[in-house]
Design a protein around this ligand. Structure first.
Ligand code: NDP
Length: 405
């Protein structure tokens, strides 16, 4: 049915490409374009080896996604209906510009972040609203798991369970073990920037700032474990409190093991996580970029990764019957299952599957509408059906408060 371009060939792109190969009645022709084309070639070789029955036709190309004219030429030459951006958040605006210039739809999994300021917010991308709407094009922002599925879970709470949501807690547990002393599960630079930043949560109409990893509690993750979890700032909080104004408090929690935090403290203490470039043998190098080159690539963690992820959203408020209510919606995914299916670890898998689903719901018309959208603004029902079908089954737990005040 549709031609698409995937930009990037990292851990998440690998999953998006393979799920497109499985879903070959929707994704008929796919171009994987990235900086290091050998990585895209490897993904295509694996599709040919592991999914010989897929009718989707895959090709690869080199592109510098920081360069709008290069992107425009790539898009014009291939002629896709949409671009799935799973490169890095730094490339969001250049790719959106190229989509506007060539008249194609856009999807990403993380909001724009300037390279030289550790700050992420939707304002830059929301500013494209009029331009996308006027051109009849859709841009879907942050359609991975968190952001992404977590917003569809919140929309599901609002549509099916609550008159008013008052307290929202998004919880993200990786109870997996990759056997390395220290590694990040997605792009190290983006991951470390996120964790070493101050925490922030929404309360009574304003943001409350915390020290990094200052607030924690033990949270029970159904079917997985009880794990110490920390309040972080996460981008979907910004759009959720905007689109659900009844929310009095919204927090995001993530698990970290003691060894992970110890390594991170040391790396931070000696300056290795800094984004300020230093002079090294006549070259300007940001220590965090050097650290990224030293750490294992996220996709290399996949073989031998054991354990599960559990990501969910707890809502508290007034139920449809007018009574106080607490409800939890979540997914549990096994790392080894992800490896068997698409040679990926669970964090890449749980991001890549919702990205494929978001693209499918745009292409088949269920979600397609001009403008710039966050996932919670769209109907969660077809998204839930597709999650259940394409490898991320959703469970619900009623009347048990997993995250305490
Ligand atoms: P990786 O670092 O594994 O992959 C990024 C890919 O983008 C690499 O192939 C890289 O090329 C390519 N790339 C980087 N810069 C450019 C450029 N200028 N031009 C062309 N290609 C470029 O990251 P992940 O796959 O782990 O993450 C991908 C995205 O998904 C990130 O934006 C991340 O923040 C997001 N994410 C979202 C989550 C969610 O739940 N919403 C969870 C996890 C990740 P090269 O190989 O040359 O480095």
């Amino acid at each position: 049915m549709s031609k698409v371009i995937i930009i990037g060939a990292g851990g998440v792109a690998n999953v998006v490409a393979k799920k497109c190969a499985q879903n070959d009645s929707v994704f008929t022709e796919v171009l994987i374009a990235t900086r290091t084309v050998a990585k895209a070639d490897k993904i295509v070789a694996e599709i040919k080896e592991h999914m010989p029955d897929s009718r989707a036709v895959f090709t690869t190309a080199t592109v510098d996604a920081d360069n709008v004219p290069e992107l425009v030429k790539l898009i014009q030459d291939f002629g896709p209906k949409m671009v799935i951006n799973v490169a890095l958040p730094y490339q969001d605006l250049t790719i959106m510009d190229a989509c506007l210039e060539t008249g194609v739809h856009y999807l990403d999994t993380a909001n724009y972040e300037p390279k030289d300021v550790a700050k992420f917010e939707y304002s830059w991308q929301w500013a494209y609203q009029d331009r996308f709407r006027e051109k009849g094009l859709m841009a879907l922002l942050g359609c991975g798991f968190d952001p992404g599925a977590t917003q569809a879970f919140t929309a599901h709470h609002a549509k099916h369970h609550f008159q008013e949501i008052h307290y929202l807690d998004i919880v993200d547990c990786n109870n997996g073990n990759h056997g390395k002393a220290f590694a990040t599960n997605f792009n190290p630079e983006i991951n470390i920037r996120e964790i070493t930043a101050n925490g922030r949560y929404w309360e009574n109409g304003q943001w409350v700032e915390t020290q990094p990893l200052e607030i924690s509690q033990d949270i029970y993750y159904p079917k997985v474990a009880t794990r110490k979890s920390f309040v972080l700032y996460h981008e979907e909080l910004e759009s959720l409190v905007k689109h659900f104004p009844t929310i009095k408090r919204a927090r995001f929690w993530m698990t970290f093991g003691e060894a992970y935090i110890k390594h991170l403290n040391v790396l931070e203490g000696i300056g290795m996580t800094s984004i300020e470039p230093i002079n090294f043998r006549g070259m300007k190098v940001a220590p965090i970029e050097f650290l990224k080159a030293v750490l294992p690539a996220p996709e290399s963690l996949a073989a031998g990764y054991s354990g599960q992820t559990c990501i969910g959203v707890q809502a508290k408020g007034i139920g449809k019957d007018g009574q106080p209510k607490v409800h939890f919606v979540y997914n549990v995914k096994d790392h080894a299952d992800c490896y068997r299916e698409v040679q990926a670890q669970g964090v890449s898998y749980t991001t890549g599957v919702p990205a494929m689903i978001g693209a499918m719901l745009m292409l088949n018309g269920d979600w397609m509408q001009p403008g710039v959208w966050n996932v919670e603004q769209l109907d969660p029902d077809p998204f839930f059906d597709a999650m259940n079908k394409w490898g991320l089954p959703i469970s619900e737990l009623a009347d048990i408060e997993l995250v305490k005040d």
